[in-house]
Write a protein that binds this ligand. Structure first.
Ligand SMILES: NC(=O)c1ccc[n+]([C@@H]2O[C@H](COP(=O)([O-])OP(=O)(O)OC[C@H]3O[C@@H](n4cnc5c(N)ncnc54)[C@H](OP(=O)(O)O)[C@@H]3O)[C@@H](O)[C@H]2O)c1
Length: 163
């Protein structure tokens, strides 16, 4: 399994239930990478998607503890373990953990690759964070892109692999 995430300098990923910054190129890249595959997400992250709907052309696995929660366009699971078991049914697809904070932090240990968009900016009052991969002894950088800009804010794509 792989994590795909956009972080700021402090490994913040969100604020007030939304992304810190919408990077057009990054959203396009996210689509290209995840299309046709399985994505695992928390119930709160679903609510950040356009019209709060599952993403098209992907198997959306939503994790919630709410036993009456239903979504016709997604698979709903009551635990992380159930979500992982469900993802294994799609043997010809890759599985991406797409957030948010609660789900990333519970699933990082199950992943071998992290596809990170690193935004070189300190967003004030961010309220959701993930583990700092640069400070972890378990991960190394396997790929790093050039620097790109969104509204003068620099960012780059970095792939981390588990040692
Ligand atoms: N920067 C990025 O790449 C990125 C990507 C995705 C999201 N985000 C941001 O992250 C923030 C949302 O993250 P979040 O941490 O608040 O929420 P989240 O991880 O998206 O969802 C949390 C919800 O998932 C369910 N859940 C969590 N652990 C569970 C478990 N072990 N078993 C069953 N259900 C479980 C619960 O749903 P119920 O309450 O329904 O039980 C919980 O309230 C937003 O700001 C969003 O914009 C950023």
């Amino acid at each position: 399994m792989k994590i795909i995430v956009a972080v700021d300098k402090n490994w913040a990923i969100g604020k007030n239930g939304d992304l810190l910054l919408r990077i057009d190129e990054d959203l396009k890249r996210f689509r290209e990478i995840t299309i046709g595959n399985v994505i695992i997400l928390g119930r709160k992250t679903l609510e950040t998607f356009p019209n709060k709907k599952p993403l098209v052309d992907r198997i959306n696995i939503i994790v919630t503890r709410n036993s009456v929660y239903k979504n016709e366009k997604a698979v709903v699971c009551k635990s992380i373990e159930e979500a992982v078991e469900e993802s294994k049914k799609y043997v010809d697809k890759d599985t991406f953990v797409v957030g948010g904070g609660q789900i990333y932090n519970q699933m990082i240990d199950m992943c071998d690759t992290a596809i990170v968009t690193k935004i070189d900016y300190d967003f004030e009052n961010a309220d959701t964070f993930i583990m700092n991969f640069d400070e972890s002894e378990d991960w190394y950088i396997s790929e790093m892109s050039d620097i790109f800009y969104q509204q003068n804010i620099p960012f780059r794509y970095i792939t981390y692999k588990r040692k």
